[in-house]
Each structure stands twice: as structure tokens, then as C-alpha cells.
Design a protein around this ligand. Sequence first.
Ligand SMILES: NC(=O)c1ccc[n+]([C@@H]2O[C@H](COP(=O)([O-])OP(=O)(O)OC[C@H]3O[C@@H](n4cnc5c(N)ncnc54)[C@H](O)[C@@H]3O)[C@@H](O)[C@H]2O)c1
Length: 329
Amino acid sequence: MEDRGTYRGWPRVVAVVGAGTMGLGVAECFAAAGMGVRLVDATQDLTRRAKERLVQRARGHVRAGLLAEEAARRVEAVETKDGAEEAASGAELVFEAVPEDLGLKRDTLGACSGAAPPEAVVVSNTSSLPINRLSEFVEGPERFCGMHWFNPPEWTPGVEVIPARATSEKTIERVVEALRGIGKRPAVVGDGPGFVANRLQTALFLEAVRCVEEGLASPKEVDEVVRSCFGFRLPFFGPFQIADMAGLDVYQSVLGVLEEGLGDRFEAPEVLRKLVEQGRTGTKSGAGFLEYTEEERDRLLLERDRRYAALGGLLEELPPVSAGSEGPP
Ligand SMILES: NC(=O)c1ccc[n+]([C@@H]2O[C@H](COP(=O)([O-])OP(=O)(O)OC[C@H]3O[C@@H](n4cnc5c(N)ncnc54)[C@H](O)[C@@H]3O)[C@@H](O)[C@H]2O)c1
């Protein structure tokens, strides 16, 4: 496994506060990339055990051919600290990943931002708590934002970066640049409930559960439909480009049927109706949510076909993932 080299930009020292599922994975990413990482959990004993797990995981990743030996040695060099303040003092970035509890986040963010140097950036990995609310707990809220990673953090490229009203542009620029520098794909999104990813994922999950409740399909069948029908496209395209390629007029007609059968939540949004009215029906008309020259459209469709064929081939090659067995409900 090739070592992708060490990251030499900002931040050089990161405090990871909360060393559970997410904190450990993010600590591995930062350390493997070459940042100095300080790890801390709720007690000295938990911190010591978390460090042991971190090293075991990194060793497992080396054995699986996922991590270079040199990178694993950098993970082994992660320091442990006795408390959040000690970890934050002298850090250039404080990454908070304690459990999703407002009181605990308040205490942790308050303590860390008080102890960190004034120019340090403080971020929270919260999945759902409003970033504006959390920013009230931070000393110097202009240097605070959400940095929402996805599980498993080591291998999921996307990270949502969520500014609070008080966050400075410089803070966002630094955070985005640092994430790109270690190979992640940050997207800056607004502070709405669930941000963007969890809102979309939850909408899908709710409809999936409804399909099961209504007896349309079993959980296993729903999973198969998602992964091998429309979900098959998602590594390459988001919902807007997929809709443009399908035809927005088609989407509008389908939504009419769904609305009739399933209610208002499927009503075609005004922006979609307007685009169709203007003849912007997607790639076939040269414009939908996005605009395409003829050449761009032809290239897009060809590249789409190449990618789908390549992914189909990869899925054939990989051994099947154990799906679990079906029980109630
Ligand atoms: N699990 C996920 O898939 C996921 C994904 C994205 C974001 N998140 C968010 O990340 C955060 C952490 O989630 P997780 O799944 O890693 O939780 P977790 O329970 O696995 O880990 C939290 C860790 O924080 C430690 N902790 C508790 N109090 C502490 C304190 N005062 N100081 C330091 N450490 C303390 C706990 O001992 C535990 O090890 C939450 O805000 C969660 O919403 C989770």
C-alpha cells in the first residue's frame, strides 16, 4: 500500500475530543495524513483504551491493504491527554465528537474553546444539533463551524461544513482547504434541520419503512431495489443531474400520480413546474436544473454509460456482502 505522503498545511496539531465511533476514525484520518493528533475521551482510562483501539484498527487496515505501514506508524504516534482542556491548549484545530447531547456539547465546546489558543478553529461533528445554537457555547464563535463526517470516516470522502451566522469566511476557507488537503470532499451547506445529507437520507429511510409497512416489499427487497436500481447511480450523480437525464417532464407526470396516491408530500415543487413550463426538461432540451451544450450532453451520457458499466463489473468481481437474514417485521 502506497503512503500518500504527509500533509504539511494547516492544522499541524489537532485535538480530537470524544474518541468513539467517529472520533477514532477521524483521528486515524488526521494522523495518517500527517497531522499531530491529541486524543481525549471522558476519563483517563477510556482515553487509554481508545488509543489501544485506534492502533488496533490502524493495524487491521494495514493488514487489509488499506493503509500504508508509514501511515500506521503516524497513527501509533497519536498522543493521549488527560482532559479536553489539556488536549485543546496549543491545538490549531479542535474536533469535538462527544455524544449528541446539547448539555455535554455546551460543556465540552465551552471548555475547549476557553483552553484553545484564540486563533484555533473549533468544530463540532454533530449530526443534528443546530450549529447556530452550538456557536453560542464557543468562546470566539467566528472560529467555529460544523464539520460533519460520515461513518466510516476513514473511507467516506464527503464532509458537510456548516457555518453558523457568526462564523468568519476565513474559518470556512481554512476548514475546506484542510479537508481537501487530506483527500476529503467537503461541501459547505446551511444550518437547517439534518443539514443536507441526513435530511435526504432520512426522507429515503422513511419512505422505505412505509413501503415495508404497506406490504409492498420486505426490508431485504427494498434494500435490493435501492442498491441495484436508482442507488446504483449515486456514486456518480446527484438527484438533479439524474432528473435532468431522465426528463423533468417525466418527473412531473410521475409526481402527479404519486401525489394522487400518497398525498401532498409528493406535490411537484414550483421550481420543477416552472422549468417544465419553460421547456427546460433536462438534457434532451439542453437545459433542466443545469445547462448542457450538445457536446457536453453527448459526453455526459457516454461517460455515464462507461461508469455504470465499470461499476457493474466491479460489483460482479467483489464477493457479495453478507445481507443478514430476514425476520420480523
Ligand atoms: N455514529 C455516526 O454514524 C455519526 C456520524 C456523523 C456524526 N456523528 C456525531 O458524532 C458525535 C459522536 O458520535 P459517535 O457515534 O462517535 O458517538 P460514540 O458514543 O461512539 O462516541 C462518543 C465518545 O465521546 C466520549 N465522551 C463522552 N463524554 C465526553 C467528554 N466529556 N469528554 C470527552 N469525551 C467524552 C464517550 O466516552 C465516547 O467514547 C455525535 O455528535 C454524533 O451525532 C455520528
